[in-house]
Write a protein that binds this ligand. Structure first.
Ligand code: NAD
Length: 491
């Protein structure tokens, strides 16, 4: 740790792998550039790891497993709860690093990303103390089901909520008694790297948590294909999810895939207007629209369509795009140049398809320290039908489309007209309509009159191309354990 950037935050020049409780250079001795998307400047170099680093990490994890899996739930609770406390203690520094790495507004990193990373450890550390195992009594026998840790498991996470999603996987894997090989996105690796240092301070034994950096092709695939890694918990694109399945399924690994989305936000005329408006702005553009749960297809009942369009566009125009470290910036930078170009390309496609840009649609040229950053105006598009690319493909940026519907059945048809099925949001005061829609919507999560209201105990995941398996609560602890039934005859 030797480079001091804004506000005395320390960023390592070289983001190395964390294996067996120590930081070490990758076997390749090569590094990838890590860019601050708000400025276009190089932030750090990150280890370009490959199968050799994965092998080293697996050797350390296997060595640590026999002791770690025998620790009591109380012991794991104490260590991981301490780790949560250390994250809280360093909230402001971690938030600033997250913002510099990802481009998201600093207030968002401070209020959401880093507190949630701490909450993930607290939640699962406490959860393991209450995790019970079933028993089934017969006339003269009893079955009891052991839930045993799997061994060494792999956790691979994306760039949009870096430490938040990284810890969402690692925490249940560790509390269940597994040793972990984890890879954060190569686009936003720094807070994950710092977690290694904090885990040592919390008392996590060497080898229990190993953090590797590098590309999906060279490092991610080496994790997925390693025969000693028994399960893969993955969050990221549907494309990578398919590649991972193709490798892991024939090896009979346990896999949990949390993938892309193209979520409908369905607004009926009888909604609570003010609440719907406020939350719809958030569900459209929070984190520059780079949340898998954002409602990118807004479906509005035709009797309120014009009113909605006018007010929503007016409010969207007020969202300030600016330097992420400025508290007044509602929108920060897009995560990378590649993703910035992808979003602008999707806006061009929408125009070619006949879409009308109601607001936004362009890059934002900043002045000062952000003059080379990647910023895009929040964009609202109308005039495109359900079969258009813009309504079928995930854009994962500050871009939403508007479509109108006449009645409940048309709303349902439009909502389900998607290969994806992650989440859906419904706005209505009619409890019967909400119930009918919630039952028929093809989605893993349905929010009624709210969005992103999260209880960590609930099952989290998608259907169709949005993935397979569920995270959260007992589901996560079940995923990271193997059930073994023992039947004892005492006749
Ligand atoms: P991505 O799939 O490109 O990368 C995600 C992670 O997987 C990275 O760490 C990457 O290095 C790794 N990876 C890529 N290809 C791999 C391969 N073949 N084998 C192993 N690892 C591989 O996704 P991204 O661009 O980082 O993230 C954006 C995507 O994530 C969007 O599609 C978004 O919807 C999705 N996402 C889903 C959820 C959810 O809970 N369903 C949450 C957040 C993001």
């Amino acid at each position: 740790m030797n480079r001091y950037l804004y506000f005395m935050v320390k960023i390592p020049d070289k983001v190395n792998n964390f294996i067996g409780g120590k930081y070490c250079a990758p076997a390749s001795k090569k590094y990838l550039k890590n860019i601050n998307p708000a400025t276009g400047e190089v932030l750090a170099s990150i280890a370009a790891s490959d199968a050799r680093d994965v092998e080293n990490a697996v050797v350390c994890a296997k060595k640590a497993f026999p002791e770690w899996c025998k620790t009591t739930p109380e012991n794991r609770f104490l260590i991981l709860n301490k780790l949560a406390g250390l994250i809280e203690e360093h909230n402001d520094e971690l938030a600033l690093i997250e913002t510099m790495d990802n481009g998201k507004p600093l207030w968002l990193s401070k209020r959401v990303d880093i507190p949630r990373a701490a909450a993930n450890f607290k939640f699962f550390a406490t959860g393991i103390m209450h995790f019970s195992q079933d028993s089934h009594a017969m006339a003269n026998a009893i079955n009891y089901t052991l839930r045993q840790p799997l061994g060494v498991v792999g956790c691979i996470s994306p760039w949009n909520l870096p430490l938040y999603l990284f810890t969402w996987k690692i925490a249940p894997a560790l509390v269940a008694g597994n040793c972990v090989i984890a890879k954060p996105s190569e686009v936003t690796p720094i807070t994950a790297s710092i977690l290694g240092e904090l885990s040592v301070k919390a008392g996590l034994p060497p080898g229990v948590l190993n953090i590797l950096h590098g590309t999906g092709k060279n490092c991610g695939e080496a994790i997925v294909s390693h025969p000693e890694i028994k399960a893969i918990s993955f969050t990221g694109s549907t494309r990578a999810g398919k590649e991972i399945s193709a490798i892991a399924a024939p090896m009979f690994k346990k896999i949990s895939l949390e993938l892309g989305g193209k979520n409908p936000n369905i607004i009926f005329a009888d909604c609570d207007w003010e609440k719907m408006m406020k939350v719809t702005l958030q569900s459209s553009f929070s984190n520059q629209g780079q949340i898998c749960l954002c409602g990118s297809r807004i479906l509005v009942e035709d009797s309120i369509y014009k009113k909605f369009k006018k007010e929503f566009v007016a409010r969207t125009k007020l969202l300030t795009v600016g330097d992420p470290i400025n508290d007044k910036s509602m929108q920060g930078a897009i995560v990378s140049e590649v993703h910035f170009n992808k979003i602008l390309g999707a806006i061009e496609t929408a125009k070619k398809e006949g879409g009308k840009i109601l607001c936004g649609g362009k890059m934002v040229k900043m002045k000062g320290r952000c003059k080379n950053g990647y910023f895009i105006e929040p964009t609202v598009i109308e005039g495109l039908g359900p079969q258009c690319k813009s309504n079928l493909e995930e854009i994962f940026g500050p871009v939403v489309t508007l479509q109108s519907f006449r009645n409940e059945s048309e709303a349902l048809r439009l909502a389900n007209y998607s290969e994806y099925g992650l989440s859906a949001t419904l706005w209505t005061q009619d409890i019967n309509c909400a119930q009918r829609m919630a039952t028929a919507l093809q989605a893993g999560i349905v929010w009624v009159n709210c969005w992103l209201l999260r209880d960590l105990r609930t099952p989290f995941g998608g259907v169709k191309n949005s993935g397979t398996g569920r995270e959260g609560g007992w589901e996560a602890l079940r995923f990271f354990t193997e059930a073994k039934n023992v039947c004892v005859d005492f006749s």
